[in-house]
Unconditional design. Structure first.
Length: 68
């Protein structure tokens, strides 16, 4: 699945409020653009995405049935 397909999936399923999907989208877009950016810029973007993922924490605990 590429970033366009994932973006369409997020739109069709109204999943914009699912942060783990948005992180996957950012990772796909970064990977698709990897050849066009420097290794340093790639690493910085990857670190930023990773930090956002870590900031999510365990927000799903107790509401697993509603969000997954």
């Amino acid at each position: 699945m590429n970033s366009t397909e994932l973006g369409q999936y997020i739109d069709v399923t109204q999943s914009i409020s699912k942060p783990w999907l948005l992180i996957q989208l950012r990772l796909l877009k970064l990977e698709e653009n990897r050849a066009n950016i420097s290794e340093n810029e790639y690493a910085e973007n990857l670190q930023d995405i990773h930090q956002d993922l870590m900031n999510l924490g365990e927000w799903w605990v107790g509401i697993e049935d509603k969000v997954f």
